[in-house]
Design a protein. Structure first.
Length: 239
């Protein structure tokens, strides 16, 4: 199990511009409400809790890592590989002056059409884990790598476990700390994620519009049937 050092890191494995992009995006999330803490990892123990723990989440725009032969001109046919952080789970344990958080990250990888053109298809996907304070400041950020080899197939999985100890003078503030994860992306990759997200949102909006139109038409048809005059059939007695 890896440990995340609680110190402010200034270096990144990617380009400096990408580092600044990611750090700025994490800083922009300081006022985001991540909802209830998800504590599913590990075995049962009365000492390990979920309520009141630091919140663990994947930054939505940094949840996918798509690599193309030319990241500036991404197409379906030019994809080398794609990785996704499919889930993050965590649990914590309180000490006298600290909280220990165990985090598990699950990754799913897919080899693209261009993934086997350069020999053995094995890739190392850089991702970060960051700790933010109740005010949103980045207290720690460290880069790791999710290594996946596609020799046995085009779909692969990877799991990473790590432990973070956060100094905590006041236990009541634990829930205000956040542990955020995401891929370390170039500006082009971040732009691709945002464009894909916007396209998905537009498609979902259109599906909702069509569903509302269908529902309205069904309601109108039902109302017309309810208000239609009753047809009384009079038997022919002249025969």
């Amino acid at each position: 199990m890896k440990s995340l050092r609680l110190l402010a890191l200034t270096s990144c494995v990617a380009a400096l511009s990408a580092c600044n992009t990611v750090d700025g995006l994490v800083e922009d999330l300081r006022f985001t409400d991540w909802g209830a803490f998800n504590g599913k990892a590990g075995g049962k123990s009365e000492n390990f809790l979920s309520d009141g723990c630091p919140q663990a989440a994947v930054v939505p725009e940094l949840a996918n890592f798509a690599e193309f032969t030319d990241n500036a001109r991404p197409t379906t046919g030019s994809m080398v590989s794609h990785a996704e952080i499919s889930s993050i789970t965590s649990q914590c344990q309180f000490g006298p002056q600290s909280v220990t958080v165990d985090v598990k990250l699950n990754f799913e990888g897919t080899l693209g059409p261009q993934g086997r053109t350069g020999g053995q298809p094995a890739f190392s996907y850089p991702f970060f884990v960051a700790v933010t304070s109740p005010t949103g400041s980045i207290l720690a950020k460290e880069i790791f790598a999710a290594d996946m080899s596609y020799n046995s197939g085009d779909q692969q999985s990877y799991q990473e476990s790590m432990r973070q100890i956060i100094p905590l003078p006041n236990k009541d503030l634990a829930g205000s700390y956040k542990i955020l994860a995401g891929f370390q992306l170039s500006p082009e990759q971040l732009g691709y994620n945002r464009a894909a997200s916007a396209a998905d949102a537009a498609a979902a909006k259109e599906r909702a519009r069509v569903q509302r139109a269908n529902d309205d038409a069904a309601k109108k048809l039902a109302a017309d049937n309810d208000t239609a005059p009753e047809v009384i059939v009079v038997p022919d007695t002249t025969q």
